[in-house]
Design a binder for this molecule. Structure first.
Ligand code: ZN
Length: 51
């Protein structure tokens, strides 16, 4: 699965859990890597809406 912001591949754990975060915008879930999540916490939803 790829990060919606930086397009970097996000790994999954052996249980199939994403090593990152899901951000929900308008009922859709976007995978976001940990570093983007930390850096853009406040603006993350805005940047996803613009897509
Ligand atoms: Zn990212």
């Amino acid at each position: 699965m790829k990060c919606e912001i930086c397009s970097k591949e996000i790994g999954v754990t052996f249980l199939g859990k994403l090593k990152g975060n899901y951000v929900k915008v308008k009922g859709k879930q976007y995978p976001i890597c940990n570093s983007c999540f930390k850096e853009n916490k406040s603006s993350i939803k805005e940047s996803l809406v613009k897509k």
